[in-house]
Design a protein around this ligand. Structure first.
Ligand SMILES: Cc1cc2nc3c(=O)[nH]c(=O)nc-3n(C[C@H](O)[C@H](O)[C@H](O)COP(=O)(O)OP(=O)(O)OC[C@H]3O[C@@H](n4cnc5c(N)ncnc54)[C@H](O)[C@@H]3O)c2cc1C
Length: 325
């Protein structure tokens, strides 16, 4: 296999939080053949693996990680369907049904959202401005249903996936998947690439929308510090950020991690934060919000590696369901 496999990888390089120890085994496939091959190889060894996009929703442990990682960032082609050879071989079975090739965009899982939006502007295509400012990969955005992108694109989206057990590839329409808040069932496999049917859009107008959205986000969010965005999901009919703010969490600090003064649902790395610092702050935030307001916050970020099990169990417990009172 020619897939780039590295050992002793500094996990801070794979995470927007810039937190983490080192990883024993990290694969960087560049295409579908390599992706399938590294899945097969890891599975033959009888181990699990964790899939990483651009690491903008992940907390890696500061303690080193033995679990193999597959990182999609090397699979990053993005362009018109008929201009990319890989697109025509992967999606040939659905291209006719998808319609006019001029409006079809092929995007591989590791392509950053910013580049996909830029490409849309260049090609005069619309529909994806909802992802403006979401710093992850396109595959990560679909897997996390970021900004409800799966709902937005539902009828106009086809996914090429690799089976996590066998490495086999298949192509499906999005309607074969379920989705909800911050989840799409493609997380159960590996999304390798998508085909999107997009509406033509005026490039100047799209550029204006993107600029406006970026400016708004820069005013509201602490983009000057490393983070993983919102650490907690919004509880039904409520805002995790508002609850954390009212609970007095803004600027609460442990080691190098701090609840942002600008947005209370962001924990920022203000200097050599460890995963333990972040978990401690999350436990504090969840406990305080529960004691003050009786709302149970659930993590939005995903934990990869070695953590205190009792802390993770507490963070993932729905205290409202367990409340006997
Ligand atoms: C400053 C900042 C602002 C943010 N703003 C937003 C926002 O406005 N809205 C929002 O929803 N999120 C936001 N986020 C969170 C994050 O950017 C999104 O969740 C993003 O979609 C994650 O993409 P990623 O490539 O970084 O995925 P990762 O963090 O690498 O992975 C996240 C999860 O997706 C899975 N995954 C990744 N790629 C694939 C794939 N190809 N196939 C199957 N599963 C996959 C991973 O296994 C993991 O479970 C923000 C983060 C930051 C740092």
């Amino acid at each position: 296999m020619t897939t780039d496999r590295q050992s002793g990888v500094d996990l801070r390089e794979l995470s927007t939080w810039r937190i983490g120890g080192s990883a024993a085994s990290v694969y960087f496939p560049k295409d579908f053949a390599e992706l399938s091959e590294c899945v097969r190889r890891i599975r033959e060894g009888g181990t699990e693996f964790f899939l990483v996009g651009l690491g903008s929703n992940l907390l890696f442990s500061t303690e080193s990680i033995d679990l193999p990682l597959i990182v999609t960032r090397g699979m990053d082609a993005c362009g018109r369907y008929d201009a990319i050879n890989a697109a025509r071989s992967v999606f040939s079975s659905v291209a006719d049904a998808a319609g006019n090739a001029e409006n079809l965009l092929y995007v591989e899982a590791g392509a950053p959202n910013t580049r996909v939006i830029q490409r849309c502007i260049e090609l005069g295509l619309g529909d994806l401005t909802c992802l403006t400012g979401v710093p992850g990969s396109f595959g990560g955005a679909i897997a996390m249903n970021a900004e409800s992108v799966v709902e937005v694109m539902y009828e106009n989206l086809w996914l090429a996936e690799v089976n996590r057990q066998t490495g086999e590839m298949s192509v499906k329409p999005a309607c074969d998947h379920t989705y909800k808040y911050r989840y799409c069932s493609v997380q159960e496999s590996i999304l390798g690439a998508v085909l999107l049917r997009l509406h033509p859009a005026d490039s100047e107008e799209t550029r204006r929308i993107v600029k406006e959205r970026n400016e708004k986000r820069a005013r509201k969010l602490p983009l000057n510090w490393p983070s993983a965005g919102c650490v907690f999901r919004n509880p039904p009919r409520d805002s995790a950020g508002a609850l954390l703010d009212m609970a007095g969490m803004k600027e609460a600090r442990r080691g190098g991690a701090m609840y942002s003064e600008r947005h209370a649902n962001f924990i920022v790395n203000v200097g050599d934060a460890t995963s333990g610092d972040v978990v401690e702050l999350m436990v504090l935030g969840k406990r305080t919000v529960w004691e003050k307001f009786g709302r149970s916050l659930q993590p939005e970020v995903k934990f990869v590696g070695r953590f205190n099990e009792a802390d993770l169990e507490y963070l993932h417990t729905n205290l409202e369901e367990n409340d006997g009172s």
